[in-house]
Design a binder for this molecule. Structure first.
Ligand SMILES: C[S@@+](CC[C@H](N)C(=O)[O-])C[C@H]1O[C@@H](n2cnc3c(N)ncnc32)[C@H](O)[C@@H]1O
Length: 263
């Protein structure tokens, strides 16, 4: 019911409360457009692709086919990253997708210097669109993890933050059709155990971080032990796990550097 109201609002540009309270007449054109959107929703298309908008920590992001829809649990990733970020600090958001984490940090931390990277060409275009719409002072670069960054930034980064792909290939059949049939697969899957991209972030971040800097990443709710081991093996210390609102392990933070452990 609430979704139908959101679609009504998307079509008319008015609040459904206003329409109901003042018994406003809806034009035939709007009725036809609403019927079309309801049919798309019934066939499984994500609501946010239909409205073209997703909310994230108080900002509105443009989304559509080709980009991952930001999720509420990732709001906690941004929060933990900001808590780890010193005044005037430099943060790199890897795998930025729509730009959710980078652009929300820009909205909340005017002191921060923010650079984001994204490999998917379509997702990169969505991130750029959002950066322009929000007039955000964020640099968004297209490419693989750290590859597009200026090498002179090595050793200067305070926080590397990321919500990377972390679903294991074998988990594909457990994902709802709304996700697997519509969202880009390179946003979801990362090898046999889902940790391929997280392992690369752990291996490559040390070169970019300041001593005492942090990596903050989102992970699957069953991956905390494996992720802790991944970071400890790459010489990180103080691996800390934060939970989402449903009390599931979701966010790992690790400090550079720690002691290297035998692998
Ligand atoms: C789970 S989505 C997260 C998007 C966004 N950070 C968010 O939280 O909404 C993962 C993103 O990583 C991108 N990606 C996957 N592999 C990458 C790589 N090697 N380098 C950069 N981006 C990558 C995907 O295209 C996708 O946009």
């Amino acid at each position: 019911m609430r979704e139908a109201e959101w679609l009504l609002e998307a079509v008319t540009g008015q609040s459904s409360w206003e329409i109901k309270t003042f018994r406003q007449k809806i034009s035939d054109e709007h009725v036809d457009r609403l019927a079309n959107l309801l049919e798309r929703r019934r066939s499984g298309e994500p609501l946010q692709y239909i409205t073209g908008i997703a909310g994230f920590r108080g900002i509105q992001l443009h989304v559509g086919p080709g980009v991952f829809i930001p999720r509420p649990e990732t709001e906690i990733v941004a929060e933990v990253a900001m808590a780890r970020l010193p005044e005037d600090g430099l943060v790199i958001d890897l795998c930025t997708g729509s730009g959710a984490i980078a652009l929300s940090i820009a909205a909340e931390r005017a002191d921060a210097r923010i650079i984001a990277t994204e490999q998917g060409p379509e997702a990169f275009q969505w991130a750029e669109k959002n950066r322009v719409a929000l007039l955000a002072d964020v640099q968004i670069l297209e490419g693989d993890l750290f590859a597009p960054l200026d090498p002179t930034l090595k050793g200067t980064v305070d926080v590397v933050v990321s919500n990377p792909p972390y679903v294991a290939k074998a988990e594909a059949r457990r994902l709802p059709p709304e996700v697997i049939d519509h969202e880009p697969h390179n946003a979801l899957f990362a090898g046999g155990d889902g940790l391929d991209v997280i392992r690369r972030i752990a291996r490559e971040s040390g070169a970019w971080l300041k001593v005492g800097g942090w990596v903050v990443i989102e992970m699957g709710e069953t991956q905390a032990d494996a992720v802790r081991t991944v970071f400890q093996r790459e010489s990180f210390s103080e691996v800390t796990i934060d939970r989402d609102l449903a009390r599931r392990d979701r966010v790992a933070s690790a400090r550079w550097p720690g002691e290297r452990t035998a692998s």
